[in-house]
Design a protein around this ligand. Structure first.
Ligand code: SF4
Length: 418
């Protein structure tokens, strides 16, 4: 086990639910549609989280079931069938339909796996219907992506071919840059999952080496392993060092010489270190508290400490997969406190007591903390921003220096007024 101190906490939580990941998944796979089977609350969440899509033809919707009398479940099934058939008649371009479960009790009563199976039988050849849960009772927001990808795995064809499979949604330009780098070090066959079209699923099998791009894909990694793929153990590609070690681990598993990786990455590293300097000046010595939400917290803490000089007060994670996270835990400084789970009241008490310079947290906690004079960074911004890879390190650091810069400006303004 690494140098960090691992603790667990249970109690009230304050995190987004798994429905939120629809916002980046529907952008990644434009031929897929995400139909939330839920309440008006679910519809509001997804509409406001995806507010930027308001003028575009949305690829998500909500079948609102809460107002029906579900004493007879047949009603709910009929209603769902009607919504799905209307949708498919209006939107012939949909090739994969995800039925996404939520937490209202009316929805929990419906067996969405059976609904998907029945609809698949009726709609065979027209569209593939899958289901997963985005319920706030079972999932935090990035776990929605894990559920969607896990649901796709059984549809992936078999292959014995050797390949590198990048698993986890990346911004398309970031994916292109990383793929180019892997090709330059001699890895010929590279695929990504999820693909850019839901029907272009890569084939997998014993020749597949999986390199996770995101730390929250526990279930997906497990089912890929069950299909014969090997999961490469590595830190995650955040920051210069994390990205370098991530690429090195992939190269190593393909038997590629480390010196070739070094010579390929070296100019990139020099450039990125220079770009990082101004943010490092702003961040060095500042005290950081990460509240649990995205599961990106441990790699972020590692980057902000090692490469930006921040002092880590506490790292909260909603869920800790020690196996997938071991390489990251090993890189954390010896005394780092990592708390899995959440008791939001106790955690907020610790924030107030320790009075950090910056808190990474969900949107619901950010405003109250700001009102108390504590600078915050929304963790949801990190999943919407292209932050992966060596050349994104400065942009990643900039996301954290921005609230500190804003606080400085406000303090100066206040001093001038006084
Ligand atoms: S799934 Fe549950 S937590 Fe998420 S928006 Fe719907 S009701 Fe709220």
């Amino acid at each position: 086990m690494g140098g960090a101190t691992l603790l667990k906490e249970t109690g009230p939580r304050e995190v987004f639910c798994g429905l939120t990941s629809i916002v980046w998944l529907h952008r990644r796979m434009p031929d897929a549609f995400f139909l939330v089977v839920g309440s008006r609350t679910c519809a509001h969440l997804i509409q406001s989280a995806a507010g930027v899509m308001i003028f575009a033809e949305p690829r998500f919707g909500t079948a609102i079931l809460e107002e029906r009398d579900l004493a007879g479940l047949a009603d709910a099934h009929e209603e769902l069938d009607r919504v799905v058939k209307d949708l498919l008649a209006r939107r012939p371009e949909i090739r994969t339909l995800f039925l996404v479960g939520s937490c209202p009790s009316e929805v929990i009563k419906i067996d969405l796996a059976r609904v998907a199976e029945r609809l698949n039988g009726e709609l065979e050849g027209r569209v593939r219907v899958l289901n997963y849960s985005g319920s706030g009772i079972e999932t935090t927001f990035t776990q929605g992506e894990d559920g969607a990808l896990k649901a796709l795995v059984p549809l992936m064809p078999n292959s014995q071919e050797n390949q590198l499979l990048l698993v986890g949604t990346l911004a398309n330009p970031v994916e292109d840059r990383l793929t180019k780098l892997f090709k330059r070090i001699g890895i010929e066959k590279i695929n990504s999952f999820p693909p850019r079209q839901s029907i272009d699923l890569p084939a997998i099998g014993p020749g597949t080496k999986v390199l996770l791009t995101q730390p929250y894909l526990t279930d997906t990694a497990r089912v890929l392993k069950d299909r014969g793929a090997e999961i490469i153990k590595a830190p995650f590609p955040l920051g210069i060092e994390g990205s370098r070690l991530w690429m090195e681990a992939a190269a190593n598993s393909f038997g590629i010489n480390k010196s070739l990786v070094e010579s390929t990455l070296s100019p990139l590293i020099v450039r990125s270190r220079k770009a990082l300097e101004p943010y490092k000046e702003m961040l060095a010595g500042k005290r950081l508290f990460l509240l649990p939400e995205s599961q990106l917290e441990i790699p972020l803490a590692r980057f902000l400490h090692d490469e930006c000089g921040m002092e880590i007060v506490e790292v909260g994670v909603p869920y800790l997969n020690r196996d997938l996270m071991q390489a990251e835990l090993d890189l954390l400084p010896q005394e780092t406190v990592v708390v899995e789970g959440q008791h939001v009241e106790k955690q907020l008490d610790r924030v107030r007591e320790k009075n950090p310079d910056l808190v990474v947290c969900g949107m619901g906690l950010a405003n109250p903390l700001e009102a108390e004079g504590i600078s915050t960074k929304w963790s949801i911004e990190l999943v919407f921003s292209p932050i992966h890879g060596i050349d994104q390190a400065a942009d990643l650091a900039e996301l954290f220096s921005r609230p500190l810069h804003r606080r400085n400006l406000l303090t100066q303004k206040h001093l001038v007024q006084v």
